[in-house]
Design a protein around this ligand. Structure first.
Ligand code: TRP
Ligand code: ZN
Length: 849
């Protein structure tokens, strides 16, 4: 965990491991503070690898015994692993080590959560379990024996034997160590089953702590839907007799795709109408699908090295977003994904943490499980599909699975299947994997003699380590409308490859109105001086739902920008155009709910910064409030009536239809609360029979400042439910007035239920504080200082989660000199801590660079 001189690892230094592994046998003798791990591994020389000393990774292991071909040996141990002399041919390695899962607070390797044993090995956690070549290109079949009194003992693959105090598992599919998993404890299962397309029956289970059985039905439904979808859309069938999911309370991320034994953060799998919001249900459906889809994109075909992480993550995010689009509304999903990309990936790509989708160096790989690798990685695949077309995409994927099944691959392998199926040269396209930063695309237009011309210019600002940028391949989806609002040129994908490039549309009788970058067809910043009346026209008429939303969002950003920089009043022409969409009952309520949400303050800070204006968080908060107040006042005549149309009088269902209505109803309630002081919100709170309505109402009450009684009654009602209490911790910090946010967060850290070593609880308070934009950026710097105090404290226990949280400082250079200096001081204070983890050292070094 502690490392004073972190080493940088380079993609260009890749070399294959000198041995292959035919079989890996593992025995665990479980005990909280002294678990014994016995390994027996058959190594064979790898003819394709250069000569090298025999090295096995191993960290924080207590060696008990080591032997080669039955003869005890004494290897040379270091903090990273061991070396020893080995025979020139094949040999059998045996080792016994001792580890202490109960003392493992980093939640990496074998650890305990609420008395239950569980593992997390991606990326490099297996080396904390035993000595092994812990790298994704070393694949082996695993046979695992677990010895212990725990009633349930699980590992990867199929169960082969069990009895008093032991269970054995065999995984027939060769896999890298990062996909190993073990779970043991007092667990109960929610069973299910699935018959695959070739008629094989698969046993399904969701394993939970006793008491959580009632929260598994949705996860099971989502799993079955995912299995069916992957067969139907990608032709991918499941390949074991059993598929297990386990819910764990203490977990650093969302979930993990271990072969046949997915381990989930309980927040990413457990759901019930009473305890989970619609957004929770949708997220669970997506994460279950994501982890399940990894079975092919990640597990059957894995990564050669960790620089290729986007090979599995970008593709699997892309697949899970296709799945959600099919299960729900593709338009709503796309808008949500772009909101998320701009909120999380753009700041990363435009700040000190910017890195390519395929990074070329790292110190701690855990720091590269980022929005760039995941979400921009998925955008890159979306562009590839747009460029080659749906049929070629399907063919390329078939070839990918056929050619690379069982292999550890690279981005070059991935692109080659597209080149080979389409004959297209993807050399330039590959820049999307190598070049960091967000391209800016500007456009001007002209119309002459029936010919309409769009002139595009692209450029990407410099990013750390990459001063000069080359033009990217940009698929620009464009449609043209005539002045009546009819579409005269349907969506056409223009393929831009040069720094500047023109595209002509001929034979038009009148100057058209362009709808550019439909569906957000490339992850760029579009700079175009569009007159507001044209944006209102698109808001009213565009056939592309994304651009309809974007037109309004643009008007919203322009409105808030003028409010803070020129002190103007809210743009009523925009509000009136928006009103027509929101009240159009022919439109999907979920879409209307998205239209109703104004740009966030963080988004506005990004926008102003891009315009060369230093954002003032207090002014942005005031403008946001004034805008919402203006919406409420201007629309006071119909808000309540429209909200009434959102009522659902059927049993709760988390699907798109009902959740869309609740989303719109919730957005309307938030405006209504400004008019009635919280009366409607209180009524909804009192009558709510599901968490979406209950939490939505509570949020309104907190925002209205009328919160104390409702917050107290909520805590009383839900004190026994960790996941609901996370919402209680988060909501009050996120929704409270900014001048009270730091004090509230600080008070909550003294709450008896503030179990700060639990990542969900830590994030509930501090993730929420960072989301309260003006609260976190309080002028006196107290928000920064409080967070830094806690990051320093958490780093001693859990470097991975601490390092991830450091990224809330990634926008620090945007702000005024005072705030900048305060954030810099806190980052330097963290950096100066003796014994700081490698994870956090790398993050703060990059942030300060
Ligand atoms: N591979 C996992 C996913 O994308 C994420 C993951 C990586 C992870 N490292 C982790 C999850 C550490 C938990 C802990 O789904
Ligand atoms: Zn993943």
């Amino acid at each position: 965990m502690k490392d004073t001189s972190p080493q940088t690892i380079y993609l260009s230094d890749y070399t294959a491991f000198g041995w292959t592994i035919a079989e890996m046998h593992l025995t665990f003798r479980l005990s909280p503070s002294a678990t014994r791990v016995l390994s027996r591994i058959r190594f064979e020389p790898n003819p394709d690898a250069p000569q090298q000393p025999f090295f096995l990774h191993g960290e924080e292991l207590k060696p008990i015994r080591a032997a080669i071909d039955g003869t005890e040996i004494t290897p040379e141990y270091s903090a990273q692993g061991l070396t020893c002399a080995v025979p020139s041919g094949a040999f059998t390695w045996e080792a016994e080590v001792e580890i202490a899962p109960a003392e493992n607070t980093a939640l990496e390797g074998l650890y305990m959560s609420n008395g239950m044993y569980c593992t997390q090995c991606e990326a490099e956690g297996f080396r904390k379990i035993t000595f092994y070549p812990d790298r994704p290109d070393v694949m082996a079949t695993f046979t695992v024996r677990i010895e212990g009194d725990e009633p349930v003992k699980l590992s990867n693959g199929n169960p082969t034997a069990s009895g008093e105090g032991f269970a054995e598992w065999h995984d027939p599919w060769p896999k890298p160590a990062y996909l190993f998993a073990l779970v043991a404890g007092d667990l109960v299962n929610h069973p299910g089953s699935f018959t695959t397309m070739s008629g094989k029956e698969v046993e399904l289970n969701i394993w939970v702590r006793p008491g959580d059985e009632g929260k598994c039905a949705w996860g099971m439904e989502s799993l079955i839907a995912s299995m069916a979808w992957d067969e139907k859309v990608y032709g991918r069938e499941y390949d074991l007799d059993i598929f297990n999911i386990v819910a764990v309370d203490d977990f650093n991320m969302g979930a993990m795709e271990n072969k046949g034994l997915n381990v989930f953060n309980s927040s990413a799998v457990l759901a019930s109408p009473e305890t989970s919001t619609d957004a929770n249900f949708e997220r669970i459906e997506a994460i279950i699908a994501h982890e399940y889809f990894h079975n092919w994109t990640g597990n059957r075909i894995t990564c050669r090295d960790w620089f290729q992480l986007c090979l599995k993550e970008g593709l699997t995010v892309f697949r899970d977003s296709q799945f959600t689009s099919d299960m729900r509304s593709p338009e709503v999903k796309r808008i949500g994904d772009v909101i998320d990309l701009r909120a999380r990936q753009f700041p990363e790509d435009q700040g000190p943490l910017s890195h390519p989708v395929r990074p070329e160096s790292f110190q701690e790989i855990n720091n590269f499980y980022t929005a760039t690798v995941y979400e921009k990685g998925a955008e890159v695949i979306g562009m590839l599909k747009r460029l080659v077309g749906d049929d070629a995409y399907a063919k390329a994927l078939d070839l990918y699975f056929e050619r690379h099944d069982g292999q550890a691959c690279t981005i070059e392998d991935w692109l080659a299947v597209f080149q080979d199926t389409t004959g297209r040269d993807l050399t330039q396209f590959k820049r999307w994997y190598a070049q960091s930063g967000t391209p800016h695309l500007s456009v001007s237009e002209s119309f002459e003699n029936g010919t309409y011309t769009l002139d595009f210019t692209q450029s990407t600002p410099p990013t750390p380590g990459q001063p000069d940028k080359l033009p990217q391949v940009l698929p620009i989806a464009v449609g043209l409308l005539n002045p009546n609002g009819d579409e005269i040129v349907p969506t056409t994908v223009l393929e831009m490859t040069e720094a500047t490039q023109s595209f002509r549309f001929e034979g038009l009788s009148a100057r058209p109105v362009p709808s550019i970058l439909r569906g957000f067809s490339a992850p760029v910043v579009l700079d175009r001086d569009t007159p507001p009346e044209e944006k209102r026209f698109l808001l009213a008429h565009d056939t592309d739902a994304f651009n309809r939303w974007e037109a309004s969002r643009d008007l919203g950003r322009a409105c808030l920008s003028a409010m803070v920089t020129q002190g103007t009043a809210p743009d009523t022409a925009w509000l009136d155009a928006l009103e027509r969409v929101i009240r159009d009952e022919a439109l999907d309520p979920a879409f209307r709910a998205l239209m109703l949400a104004p740009p966030t303050q963080a988004e506005m800070a990004q926008q102003l910064h891009a315009q060369g204006i230093t954002p003032d968080p207090d002014a942005l908060y005031a403008a946001s409030e004034a805008l919402r107040e203006a919406m409420a006042q201007r629309w006071s005549g119909w808000l309540a009536d429209l909200r009434a149309t959102c009522a659902v009088d059927a049993p709760y269902d988390p699907g798109a239809a009902q959740s869309g209505k609740r989303a719109l109803g919730g957005a309307l309630l938030s405006l209504l609360t400004r008019l009635d002081g919280g009366a409607a919100a209180q009524a909804q709170y009192d009558a709510a029979d599901n968490m979406t309505l209950q939490l939505g109402a509570l949020g309104c009450l907190v925002q209205a400042g009328a919160d104390t009684a409702a917050l107290a009654s909520f805590a009383k009602q839900w004190q026994g439910d960790r996941l609901v209490m996370d919402k209680w911790f988060a909501l009050q910090v996120a929704a409270i007035a900014p001048d009270a946010a730091v004090a509230r967060a600080e008070a909550l850290t003294r709450h008896p239920d503030f179990d700060w070593k639990n990542p969900n609880r830590f994030r509930a308070v501090f993730g929420a504080l960072a989301m309260n934009h003006a609260g976190f950026h309080t002028k006196d710097g107290s928000g920064y200082a409080l967070l830094a105090d806690w990051l320093i404290k958490l780093d001693e226990k859990n470097p991975q989660t601490t390092a991830r949280m450091c990224s809330v400082f990634q926008t620090w250079k945007r702000y005024d000199a005072d705030r900048r200096a305060q954030m810099q001081t806190q980052l330097e204070r963290i950096a100066a801590r003796p014994g700081l983890s490698r994870d956090v050292t790398e993050m703060v070094t990059r942030l300060l660079s």
